[in-house]
Design a protein around this ligand. Structure first.
Ligand code: M6R
Length: 605
């Protein structure tokens, strides 16, 4: 989705902003732009380009000096990708520049009024109304002009504004779309994502919804959109700038798949309590009495996070014996759900910014529900909005498709389930057994990753397929769903995922030699049932790739994964299928880190 980066200080701003935009590329975008000025300059200088940041860079003139600037990567919502629709947008006099993430819901109405007043629009974007509103404001200060303009606007925004007559400052505001300030030594940064900041400063201030800030080179202040001062104490982010580099891998996806052993080690670190065969989850803000009072758990997330939540629901039901289910947050928020005071709601999100999840959390909170967040990005909107929760500590995930965050989120759910279970009826011996299983995970993941060459060969065989089927039963079903999502996201091969138990109820009609099936076949109580499904597919000449704990006779290929405790099996079974999707897409020549039409953080509806 769209990205913002801004700087004010003494350094040459254009290279800094271009580097910041490159760090935001992973979010997905279709055009980019930059506007700069300096205290001595007479106005604003702007360059915009459809395409990649490198296309923008190529258009930037040699003499493009300045010390203040804002820049943007745009992911089209209103108007096609083009130079004109790229941000920044300028007012008619070229004095005001705005970059904006989010959507202005009443843009059509505002545009009609402005056009009736004689304003000529140069783009089809919703954002351009904002720049004209700022320019027309009669207020004296830039802060007041922006505040007045925002009063007319309905919708979501993360916005940064520059004005040629106020070249000593950048004014930013947030409502529903992230804005993060980076505090430096006599220089200030702003971005929509800390990825653009961490190579310059680790001192961060995250704006709240309804908050604005003024950045000057040696100072910043925050205040509400109503004008009252707020206190903002910078926090130090732990993520290293290097975590955003490719680290010798050809793609971020490959890097992130390869990091999973360490990532899982991190989510476990400091949380296991051997004395009581349980785990410490201090951030939940849920005491034992409250935990015992939970009658139901409802998990909400989107895409991969929803799939992780499905596994989480099964773990909670299995270990804590609390009825639990997962639902796409994007559906939940539109169906006027019954919100029950005895239900624990859990919002899952890697980015912590997914709009549908955030909107579901806000609706739940409004109705008085208790909401926990299971989130990767520290300090993100969902993490801050929730009553408590746990970070999954996967480290930055740059690739649009989620891999290590899926795995870490499932492990985080295993910890939550174990915690709730041990407060309720899970025995000490089961607690011990699961803790031992959790401790084995990093080494087992490393062992799976060592089989990459074998998986690559299988993937190259499947790379020509038009379509693929993924099946799994109970614990294996969310694994199948996630594996099929991964494959379709990056290879664009059509993929279906079904519960293996549903095969006979329809999808069996699709089985033929040209449709390979990937079957999740753990050594659990359902092994024989799963084997029967393989028989049915084989009898129809279907090709089978099994992911199993031992060779499957009916399968054309088996990827054997190490056995753990049955409840934890889904954590490991997904990993070879990430590699399968990766190598299939690679063999097909796809742009793996930037799949078409997708964005990393879906911060709009
Ligand atoms: O940041 P989130 O976990 O909230 O994102 C949710 C989905 O948009 C995300 O998982 C999406 O499905 C990814 N492309 C999966 O690879």
């Amino acid at each position: 989705m769209c990205g913002i980066v801004g700087y004010i200080g003494k350094r040459d701003v254009a290279p800094l902003l271009l580097e910041g935009l490159q760090r935001l590329e992973y979010r997905g975008y279709d055009s980019a732009g930059i506007v700069i000025t300096s205290p001595k300059a007479s106005g604003l200088k702007m360059v915009k380009a459809k395409g990649r940041v490198r296309d923008l860079e190529a258009k930037v003139p040699k003499r493009f000096a300045g010390t203040t600037g804002i820049a943007h990567t745009r992911w089209a919502t209103h108007g096609a990708p083009s130079d004109e629709n790229a941000h920044p947008h300028l007012d008619s006099e070229g004095k005001v520049a705005v970059v904006h993430n989010g959507i202005i819901d009443n843009a059509t109405e505002l545009r009609a009024k402005l056009v009736a007043d004689g304003i000529e629009f140069l783009s089809e974007t919703d954002t351009e109304v904002l720049v004209h509103l700022v320019a027309r404001s009669q207020a004296v200060t830039l802060e007041e002009k922006v505040r007045e303009a925002l009063r007319h606007v309905e919708g979501t925004y993360g916005v940064a504004v520059m004005h040629a007559d106020f070249s000593d400052r950048i004014v930013v505001a947030r409502n529903g779309s992230p804005v993060v300030l980076g505090i430096g030594e006599k220089e200030m940064f702003v971005a929509s994502d800390i990825a653009a900041l961490v190579s310059h400063t680790r001192q961060i201030v995250t704006l709240e919804d309804g908050e604005m800030a003024t950045l000057k080179a040696d100072d910043f202040r925050t205040y509400t959109t109503e004008g009252s001062r707020t206190t903002a104490t910078p926090t130090t982010v732990e993520w290293e700038a290097e975590s955003y580099d490719m680290g010798g891998h050809d793609t971020y996806m490959h890097k992130e798949i390869s990091e999973q052993s360490d990532a899982v080690d991190r989510v476990l670190r400091g949380r296991i309590d051997d004395r009581f065969s349980t785990v410490h989850l201090g951030g939940l803000n849920l005491d034992a009495r409250e935990a015992r009072g939970i009658r139901r758990v409802k998990i909400l997330g989107c895409g991969t996070s929803y799939h992780a939540g499905m596994i989480g629901a099964q773990l909670i039901e299995e270990l804590a014996r609390i009825p639990a289910d997962a639902e796409p947050a994007s559906e939940f928020r539109y169906r006027n759900p019954v919100v029950d005071p005895d239900t624990l709601y859990v919002a899952v999100s890697q980015s912590g910014e997914t709009y549908d999840v955030l909107a579901a959390v806000q609706e739940l909170k409004r109705k008085g529900a208790r909401v926990l967040g299971v989130v990767n990005v520290v300090g993100s909107a969902i993490a801050r909005e929730a009553d408590g929760g746990m970070y999954v500590h996967a480290g930055p995930e740059v690739c649009v498709v989620s891999t290590k965050c899926f795995t870490n989120t499932v492990v985080a759910f295993a910890l939550l389930a174990l915690h709730l279970g041990r407060i309720r009826d899970l025995s000490v011996s089961d607690g011990k057994r699961l803790i031992a299983g959790l401790r084995k995970l990093p080494a087992q993941i490393a062992a799976i990753l060592e089989t990459e060459e074998e998986i690559k060969k299988i993937a190259e065989e499947y790379a020509g397929a038009q379509s693929m089927m993924f099946i799994g039963r109970v614990r294996g079903y969310p694994v199948a769903l996630e594996a099929s999502l991964k494959l379709k996201e990056i290879s664009y091969i059509h993929a279906e995922a079904y519960p293996a138990s549903e095969l006979k109820h329809g999808p069996l009609a699709l089985i033929e030699p040209a449709l390979p099936t990937v079957a999740i076949v753990p050594d659990d109580e359902l092994l024989e049932k799963n084997r029967a499904a393989l028989e049915e597919i084989k009898a129809r000449s279907g090709r089978i790739l099994a992911v199993a704990h031992r060779e499957q006779e009916k399968a054309d290929h088996t990827i054997v994964v190490p056995k753990n405790e049955t409840e934890l099996d889904p954590i490991l079974m997904g990993i070879p299928l990430q590699l399968l999707a990766y190598h299939t897409a690679l063999a097909m020549g796809r742009d793996i880190d930037k799949p078409r039409n997708l964005a990393k953080s879906v911060t709009v509806e």
